[in-house]
Every structure is written in structure tokens, then in C-alpha cells.
Design a protein around this ligand. Structure first.
Ligand SMILES: Cc1cc2nc3c(=O)[nH]c(=O)nc-3n(C[C@H](O)[C@H](O)[C@H](O)COP(=O)(O)OP(=O)(O)OC[C@H]3O[C@@H](n4cnc5c(N)ncnc54)[C@H](O)[C@@H]3O)c2cc1C
Length: 398
């Protein structure tokens, strides 16, 4: 007799999701309090990373040709949400760098793949992506002023980038820089160029903490940095198009992790409700406590299905901006709602370092700005929807 499942994921994804869940519960969650102070670059984090590799659970969404085990974004949802149940998964499971691996495979020449993708896939390199700048709103890439000029077969790069993930560890940065003259239309004016962080003129200016905790972001500068012409990713002037492709997958990968953290908040609410303290307070009998759980559950299950729908479009080669951005906003809403509810149920303890909720709450708050602020996404989705409804037209939901 076949067992009923709510979705059509592969057996591989199901068994990996189970193994990741067990690894998170057994090895990472008990170490979370220590990881808060030790940080993601600590020996403890490296040890957990080694253990994940030994268990065959590292880099699961890397391209199949480079050690990955799951080919489709939709299938990966099941695993990514389990990886996402802890805020420390990125380094331990290599989730953040999977996106760079896919971009390098798709747009990198053989030379770039050998130099950057292969070490990345072996865990010997760490990638970063440099788009946001201190002097201009990150929501407006047309204002990017970091420049790259091609002189005698070398790119000469000058500029600054900030709030860049992995600033403390990156061995190379994919920099979004202006290669076109000021009068060149923006869709042909920017390019992506890879800069190894040991290149002369590259400097980490400072680390930046977010809401009081260092999460790996920092500021970097490029002063007369020179890299070979062949370090260009994709075509010259195609930076905006590449950025769009990167964001499509990147937003969904993060959204999957966020629904994982939101699920963790529901689990934590469950622990509190059924704890001795929760039983003594008769939490289970109180409608307002039930409402916290139902509202969070509603937000999570809606976000999961929106992510699934958007991921299916990306897998099929038909990424739909409306679906992707709505899914990202829904996942952000899910983690914001669930972490706020969990914090409320735990009372003062929820605000303190005694539970993981404050860390999840911090991530939840970043989700409304990272990878496109709420307003920027609403603005662009709203414009697209208005176009659909022009001249009596409508949006095809299926
Ligand atoms: C945890 C974290 C990790 C990050 N990692 C990276 C990274 O690895 N690489 C990288 O390049 N960047 C990274 N960033 C930066 C991130 O991409 C930017 O913060 C984001 O694009 C927004 O840009 P900004 O901060 O410059 O805000 P701005 O663009 O200045 O926007 C500020 C505010 O302006 C308003 N606004 C913007 N657009 C509109 C609009 N269309 N309509 C109405 N109001 C609007 C909104 O209120 C918005 O929040 C990271 C940020 C965070 C928080």
C-alpha cells in the first residue's frame, strides 16, 4: 500500500530532509547558545561543518555536477526548511554558497569554474556578493557607483560595498560594478566581476553588527584593484540581467530557510504550552494562545505553497517575478508573525538570551529589508499587476 503524502517530493529529498532534521536536533540546537557567542567563523562552527560533511549533508543544493544531491529548487524546499530551523545553518550546511555555485556554473567560463567554482564546491573557498553601497540605496541598482574600467586586459576597480555577507571569511567577491559610461542605459551599464580577496587594493574596512549581534556582514573597499579581463561573469554590461537571475533563486532559498525558522517558533510555542509552566497557566485552554499558534501555522503553510509555486516556475525555466516576490514577502511575514508570537508566549524569557527566539526575531526583522525591502517589492509587484489588468486583461493564477 502506498503511503499518502501531501506533496510530490522525491524520495531523496524526503530522506535527506529527515537526516538534516535529526542532525539539527542532535548537534546544532544543543550548541546554539555557544554559537551565539562563538560566531559562525568559530572552531565550533567549523567542527559542526566537518560533521555535516562526514554525514553527507553538506552542500546538498550544489549543482549535481559538483557534489549536490538535489536538482530542483522545488524539491529542495523540503530540505532547506529543515536546514533553516537553526539560524546557524548557512556555514554548517553550505547553504549560502550554493547560489554562487549555480551562478558560476551557469555564467562562468571554464577558467572561472576551475578557479572559483571547484574550490567552492570542495568547501575550500568562501564566496561573497557585493552589490549594496554606502552612498546609495541598495534598492536602486541604477545608482551603483563602484566602477570597473578595462585597461590593458585588466579590470581596474574602485568603490565601496557594505552589509556584505561573509565579509569576515570570503575568499572571493562577485562585485556588481559600473562598466558603461554615464549615458549608457542601466540594462547595459553594469557588470559582475570576480575579485579574490587577496588582491592588492581590496580591504575589509569593518564588520557591522545587526541589532546588536555580528552576523557576518561588513564593509569592504576596492582601491585600484586589478583583476584579469577574464574574471568577468557573463557578458559585459549584463549585470542587471544576472542580478535578476541571482535574486530569483536567492530570494526563494532564503524564503525556504525563513519558513524553517518560523516552524521552529511553532515548535517552541508547543514546548511552552505543554511545559509544566504552560500547563499550570492553562495555556492550552486559552483562545488567545491558540490564536498565536493558528496564525503562525496559517502564515507558514501559505508561504510554503507560494514558495513551491514560485520554485516550480524557476525549475521549468519560467521564473515569474510576481510569484517569486510574493513568496519572499509571505515567508518574511511568516517568520515575523511566528517569532513575535513565540516571544510573546515566553514572556520576559523570550526577550532574553535564554531562548533562541531573540536570534530568530532578529533574522525576522532583517527579512523585511534583505533581498529587497517590502516597499521595493510591493512597488515592483504592484506595477506588474497593474500591467496585467490593463485594457480589461487579467492575471492568470494557473
Ligand atoms: C542580513 C543582511 C544581509 C545582507 N547581505 C548582503 C550581501 O551579501 N550583499 C549585498 O550586496 N547586500 C547585502 N545586504 C544589503 C541589502 O541587499 C540591502 O539592505 C537592501 O537591498 C536594501 O538596500 P538599503 O539597505 O540600501 O536600503 P535602501 O535602498 O536605502 O532602502 C531603505 C528604505 O527605503 C524605502 N524604499 C526603498 N525602495 C522603495 C520603494 N520603491 N518605495 C517606497 N519605499 C522604498 C524602504 O522603506 C526601504 O526599507 C544585506 C542586508 C542584510 C540586512
Amino acid at each position: 500500500m502506498t503511503q499518502y503524502t501531501k506533496s510530490n517530493h522525491s524520495d531523496t529529498a524526503r530522506s535527506l530532509a529527515q537526516a538534516v532534521r535529526q542532525f539539527v536536533d542532535t548537534h546544532i540546537i544543543p550548541a546554539e547558545a555557544e554559537l551565539v557567542t562563538a560566531g559562525e567563523a568559530s572552531p565550533l562552527s567549523k567542527q559542526l561543518n566537518r560533521m555535516a560533511r562526514e554525514a553527507g549533508l553538506w552542500g546538498l543544493f550544489y549543482p549535481l555536477s559538483h557534489g549536490g544531491k538535489i536538482a530542483s529548487l522545488e524539491d529542495y524546499l523540503l530540505v532547506a526548511e529543515q536546514e533553516g530551523r537553526t539560524e546557524f545553518s548557512s556555514v554548517i550546511f553550505g547553504t549560502h554558497s550554493a547560489l554562487d555555485a549555480h551562478i558560476l556554473l551557469k555564467f562562468g567560463t571554464e577558467e572561472l569554474q576551475q578557479q572559483f567554482l571547484q574550490p567552492l564546491a570542495k568547501g575550500l573557498a568562501v564566496s561573497a556578493y557585493g552589490m549594496t553601497e554606502p552612498d546609495h540605496g541598495g534598492s536602486f541598482p541604477s545608482l551603483i557607483s563602484t566602477s570597473a574600467q578595462l585597461i590593458n586586459g585588466q579590470w581596474l576597480i574602485n568603490g565601496r560595498k557594505w552589509f556584505i555577507c561573509n565579509t569576515d571569511r570570503a575568499t572571493f567577491v562577485t562585485v556588481l560594478a559600473r562598466t558603461g559610461a554615464p549615458d549608457v542605459p542601466i540594462h547595459q551599464a553594469l557588470s559582475m566581476i570576480i575579485v579574490p580577496t587577496n588582491t592588492s587594493g581590496f580591504k575589509v574596512e569593518r564588520q557591522l553588527s545587526l541589532l546588536g549581534r555580528h552576523l557576518g556582514q561588513g564593509e569592504m573597499s576596492f582601491t585600484n584593484v586589478q583583476v584579469p579581463e577574464s574574471y568577468l561573469l557573463g557578458d559585459c554590461g549584463a549585470g542587471i540581467a544576472l542580478m535578476g537571475q541571482r535574486l530569483n533563486t536567492g530570494r526563494l532559498l532564503r524564503a525556504m530557510n525563513w519558513v524553517g525558522l518560523a516552524q521552529r517558533c511553532c515548535e517552541l510555542m508547543g514546548v511552552r504550552i505543554h511545559s509544566e509552566r504552560g500547563v499550570a497557566s492553562r495555556f492550552a485552554d486559552k483562545q488567545l494562545i491558540r490564536q498565536h499558534l493558528v496564525t503562525a501555522h496559517h502564515a507558514i503553510s501559505s508561504a510554503r505553497e507560494l514558495i513551491r509555486l514560485a520554485a516550480r516556475g524557476v525549475d521549468a525555466g519560467y521564473p515569474n517575478d510576481v510569484d517569486i516576490n510574493i513568496a519572499k514577502m509571505a515567508a518574511s511575514q511568516a517568520i515575523c508573525t511566528a517569532s513575535d508570537s513565540a516571544m510573546q508566549l515566553y514572556g520576559a524569557e523570550g526577550l532574553s538570551e535564554l531562548t533562541p527566539i531573540e536570534g530568530i526575531y532578529r533574522i525576522a526583522r532583517t527579512s523585511r529589508i534583505l533581498d529587497g525591502s517590502d516597499e521595493a517589492l510591493i512597488s515592483s509587484v504592484g506595477r506588474k499587476l497593474m500591467d496585467y489588468y490593463q485594457d480589461g486583461g487579467y492575471y492568470h493564477f494557473d
